[in-house]
Each structure stands twice: as C-alpha cells, then as structure tokens.
Design a protein around this ligand. Structure first.
Ligand code: NAD
Ligand code: MLT
Length: 310
C-alpha cells in the first residue's frame, strides 16, 4: 500500500506508517500538476489545509481509498466527492485543540497590548513608550462564536483573566452553555453588540463564511477587538479592514486568511492588525499528536478497521 504526504507532518507519524509496512512518499509542496499526474499510484494521501481535495483531484485519484487530514478542519476536502466514491476521510479533531486555544489567547493579548508592533519598533532601535497603550481584559465582555472544542478551551482560559464570556452557537445544547458558565446569545447580532472582544471558533461553512461582515461591524461597540484563529473569511476581510480604518475595530489578531499562503492581503498594511501564518497548531505537542494519530487512522482505514474520526 502506498501513501503520499503532501504537507509537513511530524517524523513520528511517518515512522508509524513505515513500521506498519506502508510505502511512504513525502512530497511537501508538490506542484498541483505533478500531484494530479502521480496520485493514481497511491492508496492514501495525507494533507493539512493547503492541498485541495476536490472533484478535479478525485478524477485523477483512481486508486485512492483514504484521505487523511492531519488536523481538524476539513474545508479543503470535498466530503461528498469522497463519499460518492467510497473514499474514507479521516482527521484528528482532538489532537491540536489545546495549541489552537493557546494561540488564540496569544493573539488576543498580543494584539490588545501591541506586542508585535512594539517589538518591531525596538528591534529598529526605537524606545517608544507613548504609542502602544492597550486595555485590560479583566472585567471586559468577550463574545465567543462557536462553543465547540476550541471555543470551550478559550472560554475557560479567558474566564481565568476575569472576563465575562457570552457565546453564540445555535447547534449545541443549553447544557453546554451552563457547563461553561457562559451566557447564551440567541442571535449573533446580540453577541456583537455586547462584546468588547470577539473571537470566532466555528468551522468554515457556507453559513459561517463572512458571518461577521459590514452589517455586524455597524452594530459593534466602537473599539471592539477581534480574533480569528479558526478559518480565514469567517470575519470578512474587506469589512474588517474598513472597520479597522474607521476605528470601529481597535485591534485584530488573525492566524488565518481567506487565501493561504498569503503575503498580499490588504490586512497586512494595517498597523492594528497582527497576523501569524496559520500557526495555531504549530507546537511540538500538537504536531506529534496529529502526526501519530493521522498515521494510525490512515493505516486502520486502509486495513478496513474501525476508525474513530472517519
Ligand atoms: P468544533 O466542531 O469542536 O466546534 C465548532 C463549533 O462551532 C460547534 O460547537 C458548532 O456548533 C459551532 N458552529 C457551527 N456553525 C455555527 C454557526 N453558524 N454559528 C455559530 N456556531 C456555529 O470545532 P473546533 O475543533 O473547536 O475548531 C474550531 C475551528 O478552529 C475550526 O474552523 C477549525 O478548523 C479551526 N482550527 C484552526 C486551527 C489553527 O491552526 N488556526 C487549529 C485547529 C482548528
Ligand atoms: C486545523 O484545522 O487542524 C488547523 O488548521 C491546523 C492545521 O491544519 O495544521
């Protein structure tokens, strides 16, 4: 059985596959044309968020049995296309959640306290103590959009800072809001109106893409601070840029952009917006967890065994 890996995963994961006797090729960043040319030689592929597994891909992947998503979001994978062809898709939804939650907190504090901007100044040999005033978290209200795995972890961490957490998530039970001691908002607009900080933790779907846009910024508190460590475009990028320029949004911390990789986004020109290149899951622990888990799942799926995250 042959497995192709097109994005970087932990060495430990590759070792698991090899130990199980699979033939593994690692082609990080393989050119799309080349990928489509060779994919019919493989039984499984392991990707992260960049490789697009779409109709065009499936048409070339005539021997493919398993798609392994080394991570959580499956928005780069056409799930119906896989189902129609009997291809199993597996992912690792639990393996990087703590890292993503911690990165969210990092972005929230760094953007609120101008850590990156002040660092850039001092590295430029400028000792500037007058242009970087932030605000405290304690006593402020944070709106969590999507109270799932990462939204839940972020909630408990922000509560430790003395913040009041309100949340919008129409797909979970009231019991989950109670469990986290969070005030439930029935409408997104109500959350937006009341929040000093907003952090989004939904998957990217037709419903969530652009869910925070121009209309939402119109009702937001002046000086609201936003964080997106989920998927690019959940907070609409042009609307965000406009809201930052108008002073409605005081700061933004982003780990994700609509198009990735990306070095040309209009958001890169804004001083109050800090951006990391999709690093939410980039810790030693998360990558080892993800790499080993996806390797075990891909092997099990190829062998026809039960797979927890299929
Ligand atoms: P999850 O499935 O556990 O939680 C998502 C929550 O969003 C669910 O509770 C769901 O009910 C809710 N939701 C869905 N549609 C909604 C809507 N329209 N309005 C409000 N809530 C809605 O997912 P998770 O594991 O917490 O992951 C959250 C996001 O973080 C995903 O987009 C995932 O891809 C992303 N992620 C990013 C990184 C990174 O490196 N930046 C790492 C891991 C995960
Ligand atoms: C995920 O969905 O798991 C994250 O985007 C991180 C990743 O793909 O590495």
């Amino acid at each position: 059985m042959r497995v192709l890996i097109t994005e970087k995963i932990a060495e430990k994961g590759i070792e698991v596959l090899k130990k199980e006797g699979l033939d593994v090729d690692v082609e990080v960043g393989i050119d799309r044309g080349e990928l489509l040319k060779v994919i019919n030689n493989y039984d499984a592929i392991i990707v992260r968020s960049v490789t697009k597994i779409n109709e065009e891909f499936y048409q070339h992947a005539t021997n493919l049995k398993v798609v392994g998503r080394a991570g959580n979001g499956v928005d780069n994978i056409d799930m119906d296309g896989a189902t129609n062809r009997g291809i199993i898709v597996v992912n690792t939804p639990e393996a990087n959640t703590v890292s993503a939650a911690e990165h969210t907190i990092g972005l929230l504090i760094a953007s609120t306290r101008n850590v990156a901007q002040a660092n850039a100044k001092i590295k430029n040999r400028e000792w500037d103590r007058s242009n970087f005033k932030g605000v405290e978290l304690q006593g402020k209200t944070v709106g969590v959009v999507g109270l799932g795995r990462i939204g839940g972890l972020v909630t408990t961490r922000l509560q430790a800072f003395g913040m009041k957490v309100i949340a919008y998530d129409p797909y979970i039970t009231d019991e989950r809001f109670r469990k986290y001691g969070v005030e439930k908002k029935e409408r997104l607009q109500d959350l937006i109106k009341e929040s000093d900080f907003i952090t989004v933790h939904t998957p990217k779907t037709e419903e969530t893409f652009g869910m925070i846009g121009e209309e939402e910024f119109k009702v937001a508190k002046k000086g609201v601070r936003v964080v997106n460590c989920a998927r690019g475009g959940i907070i609409e990028e042009e609307a965000l840029a406009k809201a930052v320029k108008e002073g409605i949004v005081a700061s933004a911390g982003l780990d994700v952009l609509v198009n990735e990789p990306n070095t040309t986004s209009l958001l890169l020109d804004l001083d109050n917006v800090i951006i990391t290149p999709h690093l939410g899951a980039d810790t030693v622990e998360a990558q080892n967890n993800v790499g080993v888990t996806i390797a075990q799942e891909v092997f099990s799926a190829l062998k026809g065994k039960m797979v927890p995250n299929a």
